[in-house]
Design a protein around this ligand. Structure first.
Ligand code: ZN
Length: 276
């Protein structure tokens, strides 16, 4: 299964950071009864019945080597992480893709949760010194308020302002020809995806629009991490319907590597995931 795809003039590659959290589905989806997982259990949960999430970023660059190098999300960071005792591997995997931190021109943060901003900052300064960091204004405004304290935001997002690398995004913003932000608020106040349209093909990098493959079918299921479940459900349904209708390739934030990129296709009248 794919770890990178081409979309017209662009290549989108998975840059894994780490095998992430393993939890019981009832911890993540408290409103979903255990029996409701039965139709999905064989492929949506692991052999112990647990939900596994992988932490990763995505790299977008032109196949001819020109143009900006865009990194979407930066994983959980250096670690070692309490869940596994292991360190993050994002920079190693970026190097394996032929790029150093200096080479990144744009870092897009889909949202300001810890597992998406972990490598934004190293020792108080931007890990990607030449990059413009595109943070959603709604997330910046929300997490900057003392009542919404988020320690990871304070460490890995707030310093971008003084460093001069912060570039807030309000709505749809073009990042490069054919590449733009795509607001999908709900998981957080400013959650955003990244749309790539080139050569008649379309792909979307979806951050935390959904966390488990079962949600492609059960689009109203919400993890406990969603800030506003009405809005996250609306965003999920709207985007997945459009992806299905228009044949977009979806690059997910947390599905296990090897089947994290896919299409939403019809099977017996229901939308299902078909990995590419
Ligand atoms: Zn996440």
């Amino acid at each position: 299964m794919a770890t990178s795809i081409t979309v017209g003039d662009y290549e989108i590659s998975i840059i894994d950071d780490h095998i992430g959290a393993t939890r019981k589905p009832s911890q993540v989806y408290p409103d979903v009864p255990d029996s409701a997982w039965d139709p999905y259990r064989s492929f949506a949960l692991d052999e112990t019945g647990s939900w596994n999430a992988q932490w990763r970023g995505h790299l977008i660059r032109r196949t001819d080597g020109t143009g900006p190098k865009i990194l979407i999300d930066t994983g959980m960071g250096v670690g070692p992480h309490e869940h596994t005792g292991r360190n993050g591997e994002l920079l190693d995997n970026l190097a394996a893709a032929g790029l150093a931190p200096d080479d990144i021109d744009i870092v897009v943060t889909t949202h300001c949760h810890g597992d998406h901003i972990g490598w934004n900052i190293t020792d108080g300064v931007p890990t990607f010194p030449n990059a413009s960091y595109r943070i959603a204004k709604n997330d910046w405004d929300f997490y900057s308020k003392p009542e919404n304290t988020n320690e990871m935001f304070d460490i890995n997002v707030a310093p971008l302002e003084a460093a001069g690398n912060l570039n807030l995004v309000d709505g749809v913003v073009e990042l490069a020809p054919g590449i733009s932000t795509y607001p999908t608020n709900g998981h957080t106040p400013g959650h955003q995806c990244v749309l790539v349209e080139s050569g008649g093909e379309t792909a979307i990098v979806t951050g935390d629009l959904f966390h488990n493959v079962a949600q492609v079918t059960e689009q109203t299921w919400c993890p406990t991490f969603d800030w506003n479940t009405d809005k996250s459900t609306e965003s999920r349904k709207s985007l997945l319907s459009r992806a299905q209708a228009e044949g977009w390739t979806v690059c997910s934030g947390h599905l296990p590597s090897g089947r994290s990129m896919g299409k939403v296709v019809d099977e017996g009248g229901k939308p299902v995931w078909q990995a590419v």
